[in-house]
Design a protein around this ligand. Structure first.
Ligand code: NOJ
Length: 546
């Protein structure tokens, strides 16, 4: 195997599957592993190198599976371990690697360890796997500190003693059903080594590591001054948070790296919402993880100067530690970029949009910008993640009725924040089929917008003007021209509102700012996110040879 193949993750395009919304074989309205296996050929045809699956483990589904009750088994909703094995085997046959999610910051409150902790006395070994503390105030009725849950409300819930009296409080940075582990406890470290090996032995090619900036909390759990309008997952450049981005996490990632290095070619990808990028780059030092989602890029406005700055900074900061940048525009926690890029009001990550939100996007403009942004991203050197449905140009689903919403954010903020349901709606596969081909029964766990009939994969397949074809061509050309390993060189002869660069034999022009346009440069147009004549108009990206 040569060095490039060995380090497949440096250039890989990885497709995120959100299992509950990808494809439902059982007909219960929730996607499952068998559904994924049946659709893997479509992903191979799209031209991606790998898939990443959000959690399918045993879970009461209070946070769509990120509340894990058993880290080494499949929830019956999604199938069985045999279904997992069959899915991996088919993916590998098709040349697709398989990355699974791992959720080390917390478990479900239904995990055997947490149930044992609740049943055990204060100060017991069972409680020491989580973060239990006495409350403040004379009768302990106040939470131990002022921390907020990412989903809204306090980050502490009071437990009840066996005799029914109020007991200690436990920490949960997310929902009250997601108690945080205490990572200073060696038992927790050992348990996760076991979980890693379990999936590696079963053929997983790596892990996307949930909340990889969490886990370690500041000694003494000090109070913190919060900015409530900030990105819910941290990732602001303010004062050091007492629970996100602390240096102690790096010891854990070095330990995990040594576990995955016992196997060939396996990877760790960090979900670490930390800024600036010089700090995020610490997660991908050579003895830590392989990739870290470039959330600074995801959060950059559709403005040429900002895009150019973040691309420069990314290449410089990740390059300084010998890592590629891992570009990303959408995932299951953010407003889909085919809507986000046309929002006209601030919308911090995690808040989501719904019918009563300010600054709702123009759908056509959103799609146009979404296509231009994807065409720009897929030309950049390094690796990239695609979130299921973006290859169809899906917008955020805005008109989900209140009573259908399921994100804990919606409940914990009493509807003040819509949360993330709008980016999690089941995919449209077939225009003229129940549930647009998502489920044979026509059931869907979130309602699909009627307009998605027009965006179904079968209608886009073979249509050269479709978003699906745009992605297929981009992935093919990216491979053919080796852009992912090329050095990016800026083209400076363009006006301010344009992002232009060369990667190997290709020249890429993204005309970004409103009102800007440029004459079509000479060369063969290989790819264009929108029709061009002798001019490239705003919100358009073009790849040229020459
Ligand atoms: C990040 C995941 O992407 C998100 O969906 C989840 O709610 C939180 N971590 C908690 O696990």
């Amino acid at each position: 195997m040569n060095a490039a193949q060995d380090q497949w993750w440096r250039t890989a395009v990885i497709y995120q599957i959100y299992p509950r919304s990808f494809a439902d074989a059982s007909g219960d309205g929730i996607g499952d592993l068998r559904g994924i296996t049946q659709r893997l050929d479509d992903l191979a045809a799209l031209g991606v190198d790998a898939i990443w699956l959000s959690p399918f483990y045993v879970s009461p589904q209070k946070d769509a599976g990120y509340d894990v009750a058993d880290f080494t088994d499949v929830d019956p909703l999604f199938g069985t371990l045999d279904d997992f094995d069959a899915m991996v085997a088919r993916a590998h046959d098709l040349g697709l690697r398989v990355i699974v999610d791992i959720v080390p910051n917390h478990s479900s409150d239904q995990h055997a360890w947490f149930q044992a902790a609740l049943a055990a006395p204060e100060g017991s070994a069972e409680r020491a796997r989580y973060i239990f503390r006495d409350g403040r105030g004379e009768d302990g009725s106040e939470p131990p500190n002022n921390w907020h849950s990412v989903f809204g409300g306090p980050a502490w819930t009071r437990s009840t003693n066996a005799d029914g009296s109020p007991g200690q409080w436990f920490l949960h940075l997310f929902d009250s059903t997601q108690p945080d582990f205490d990572w200073s406890n060696p038992e927790v470290l050992e348990e996760f080594d076991r979980v890693l090996r379990f999936w590696l032995d079963r053929g997983a090619d790596g892990f996307r590591v949930d909340v990889a900036h969490g886990l370690i909390k500041a000694d003494g759990l000090p109070d913190f001054a919060f900015d409530d309008d900030a990105n819910s997952m941290g990732g602001t450049e303010g004062p050091q948070s007492p629970y996100f981005g602390l240096d102690g996490v790096h010891d854990i990632w070095r330990r995990w790296r040594s576990v995955v290095d016992e196997y060939d070619d396996r990877i760790l990808a960090a979900e670490a919402w930390v800024l600036p990028l010089s700090k995020m780059a610490k997660w991908v030092r050579s003895d830590e993880m392989h990739q870290a989602f470039n959330f600074a890029y995801l959060e950059t406005d559709w403005k040429a100067a900002d895009l150019r700055d973040v691309i420069d900074e990314s290449i410089e900061q990740f390059g300084a530690v010998g890592a590629p940048s891992t570009w990303v525009l959408s995932n299951h926690d953010v407003v889909r970029h085919a809507s986000r890029l046309a929002l006209t009001a601030d919308n911090p990550q995690g808040h989501g949009i719904g019918p009563r939100s300010a600054g709702l996007p123009d759908t056509q403009l959103g799609l146009r910008r979404g296509r231009a942004a994807s065409t720009l991203m897929l030309a950049l050197p390094g690796s990239a993640y695609i979130y299921q449905g973006e290859e169809l140009g899906l917008p955020e689903a805005i008109d989900i009725p209140d009573e259908a919403r399921q994100d804990p954010t919606w409940f914990r903020t009493a509807g003040e924040r819509y949360g993330r349901d709008g980016c999690r709606v089941p995919l449209p596969w077939t225009s003229q089929a129940p549930a647009f081909g998502f489920s044979p029964s026509g059931e869907t766990w979130l309602p699909q917008p009627a307009q998605w009939a027009q965006l179904a994969r079968d209608l886009q397949h073979g249509d050269p003007s479709s978003t699906l074809s745009l992605y297929e061509q981009a992935l093919r050309l990216r491979r053919e021209f080796g852009t992912a390993t090329a050095t990016l060189e800026w083209i400076d002869t363009v006006p301010d509102g344009v992002v232009a660069f060369r990667v190997g034999e290709l020249s890429v022009y993204a005309v970004v700012d409103p009102g800007t346009s440029i004459p079509l440069p000479s060369g063969e147009v290989l790819l264009s996110s929108a029709p061009v004549t002798d001019t490239i108009p705003a919100d358009t990206t073009v790849w040229l040879r020459g």
